[in-house]
Design a protein around this ligand. Structure first.
Ligand code: GSH
Length: 219
């Protein structure tokens, strides 16, 4: 099957698809667009105007959670739990994880007031995730699953922000999430899901947004 993933470099939702495609050892072509000024061909094929978008033998699949489900369906290894309740629970938390990006976006772009309210909202949500995570290596114990992939891009961005500031978004109060984040970020499949130097691009993005977070950057 011919797979083409349309993304842009800093997109955390597309990063989920990249991690899974690589983990499942599926060949795919990766093409980037500029989401601020997307080309006409993209506007024609994308109902939402958003990336990621996956072309599978020319047919259009969009929404990162649907793309990851599809990639898992066409792979030899199943990276979802087999128990239906556990699988549904995982899917619920995957959906929940996507809402963290709204808070993170506001943390990156907002003024001082917005930064603090969005950080609180983000941390209130992380506290809820902490209650369902235990001390196991991955979310489902020893097995690396799609839910781990869904959270990895958020942990990567929190890690960058902590490195670029005096730990503005430290996860230390969440014992299980801190350990889970460390575990995921040291995996090759996660490290290799972003281009070399993407952290610098993220730094530049924070600077360019000129939000309160940009004032916390360490040179
Ligand atoms: N619910 C979507 C969210 C995707 C999304 O927000 N993509 C961003 C880039 S990371 C985008 O395309 N933004 C451009 C826009 O919204 O016009 C998914 O999970 O795929």
């Amino acid at each position: 099957m011919k797979l083409e993933l349309i993304s842009f470099k800093l997109c955390p939702f597309a990063q989920r698809a990249i991690i899974l495609l690589n983990k499942q050892k599926l060949d795919f072509e990766l093409n980037h667009i500029n989401p601020i000024n997307p080309p006409d061909w993209f506007k024609k094929i994308s109902p939402t105007g958003q990336v990621p978008l996956l072309k599978a033998d020319g047919r259009i699949i969009f929404e990162s959670s649907v793309i990851t489900e599809f990639v898992n369906d066409i792979s030899k290894t199943n990276l979802h739990p087999t128990d239906p309740i556990q699988k549904a629970e995982n899917r619920s938390w995957i959906q929940f994880s996507s809402t963290l990006f709204d808070d993170l976006f506001a943390v990156v772009t907002g003024n001082e007031g917005k930064f603090h309210t969005s950080k609180k909202s983000l941390f209130d949500k992380l506290a809820k995730v902490e209650t369902v995570k235990n001390s196991a290596q991955f979310f489902n114990g020893d097995d690396f699953s799609i839910i781990d992939i869904a959270f990895a891009p958020i942990f990567m961005r929190l890690d960058w922000i902590n490195e670029f500031t005096n730990s503005a978004l430290l996860l230390d109060e969440f014992k299980h999430l801190s350990a889970w984040s460390k575990e995921l970020l040291q995996l090759d499949v996660v490290k290799n899901s972003v281009a070399e130097g993407l952290g610098n691009a993220y730094y530049a993005n924070i600077e360019a947004r000129e939000g309160y977070l940009s004032t916390l950057l360490i040179d």
